[in-house]
Design a protein around this ligand. Structure first.
Ligand SMILES: *Cc1c(COP(=O)(O)O)cnc(C)c1O
Length: 338
């Protein structure tokens, strides 16, 4: 498997650090917990979409695009990283933002990722929750095309086989770090949404015969739907790489017990995870993705699913800038106090 065959614009700060979380591990009294810092990919406060965009934006460039479009929720980290990547490449960027939470909070609608979208020069349009955002983006793209623009559209979350290559590469990067440090890793855990991260990781792990179970903690869809989405994308990614059968359906495992009331709506467990990571490890999680992923990790340690003597790596997918859009979610009196 040779990723240099695919066009790529190197922009992320790689490899991201792999660190041991001693204070969190001690507090929970279970496995040794490590963190892979993909919140530190370096582009406009970082996050997991930067790895995908290295491949997607190179493809946009090759096709001669002068305008890149994508879509996501109001506080989309993917939209913000796309706006930043486009700025760096001198490409225009237009974002469609879906109001999935119906929040009229000023910070939610204008601060955090939205502030940075505009700071990077992107233009934005809003759509009501429940809009078919993919169809909507294609119709807006057509409008730009009739005006003579060469538009490159990126699906939500950058999750297609091209974007997923970024996480095939992350699997290789992690395995190299584990091998260099002689770390025997028993589990990798991360938040899963539009599926590209998990699909790329499982493809890379399977192609390397790593035999490390991967668990995606869902933030939106029910379990079977999430697993199907990941599996289908993993198959398409593996096919692109010339090894179509490398991922089996049972390799794709999601746990969607930590979604709470819905996408983008903070949960008790997520807020507790934000407090624990911030106070014990000085690591910032975000309420939409990484906090729900961490809430799943913490709960599964407490339930004995991840055990003493094991080593678990939590892949931090970023998103902390959304904290500034969610400040109203934090009632400090109720938070975790160790
Ligand atoms: C997009 C995102 C995820 C989920 O990654 P997918 O590839 O969409 O499944 C997780 N965490 C953060 C912070 C994200 O922005």
């Amino acid at each position: 498997m040779h990723l240099s065959r695919y066009p790529r614009h190197f922009l992320a700060h790689l490899p991201t650090p792999l660190e041991r979380l001693d204070r969190l591990s001690r507090e929970l009294g279970g496995p040794e917990i490590w963190i892979k810092r993909d919140d530190c990919t370096g582009l406009s406060t970082g996050g997991n979409k930067t790895r995908k965009l290295e491949f997607l934006m190179a493809e946009a460039d090759l096709r001669g695009a002068d305008l890149v479009m994508t879509q996501g929720a109001t506080q989309s980290n993917h939209a913000r990283q796309t706006a930043a990547f486009a700025a760096k490449m001198g490409m225009a960027c237009h974002l469609l933002l879906e109001d999935r939470t119906s929040s009229n909070n000023a910070n939610y609608n204008h601060n955090g990722n939205v502030l940075l979208d505009h700071m990077h020069g992107a233009t934005t349009e809003k759509r009501p929750g429940g809009t078919d955002m993919h169809a909507e983006m294609e119709s807006v793209a057509e409008r730009f095309r009739t005006e003579g623009r060469n538009v490159y559209t990126i699906p939500g979350g950058g999750s297609n086989p091209t974007g997923a290559l970024g996480y095939v590469n992350c699997a290789f990067e992690m395995l190299a770090q584990f091998n260099d440090r002689a770390l025997k890793v028993d589990h990798i855990v991360h938040a899963t949404g539009s599926a590209g991260t998990q699909a790329g990781l499982i493809t890379g792990l399977k192609a390397m015969n790593a035999r490390i179970p991967l668990l995606g903690i869902g933030v939106r869809a029910p379990r079977l739907k999430q697993e199907e989405n990941v599996y289908n994308l993993a198959r398409a990614t593996a096919e692109k790489l010339g090894c179509p059968d490398v991922v089996a359906r049972e390799d794709v495992v999601a746990n969607t017990d930590y979604v709470g009331d819905g996408y983008g709506i903070p949960t008790e467990g997520g807020l507790e995870a934000i407090g624990m990571f911030a106070e014990l490890e000085a690591v910032l999680l975000d309420p939409v993705y990484s906090a729900k992923g961490a809430a799943g990790l913490i709960d599964l340690v407490r339930k004995g699913h991840f055990k003493k003597g094991e080593r678990v790596v939590f892949l931090h997918t970023g998103g902390a800038v959304a904290l500034f859009g969610y400040d109203s979610a934090f009632d400090f009196a109720d938070r975790w106090t160790g």
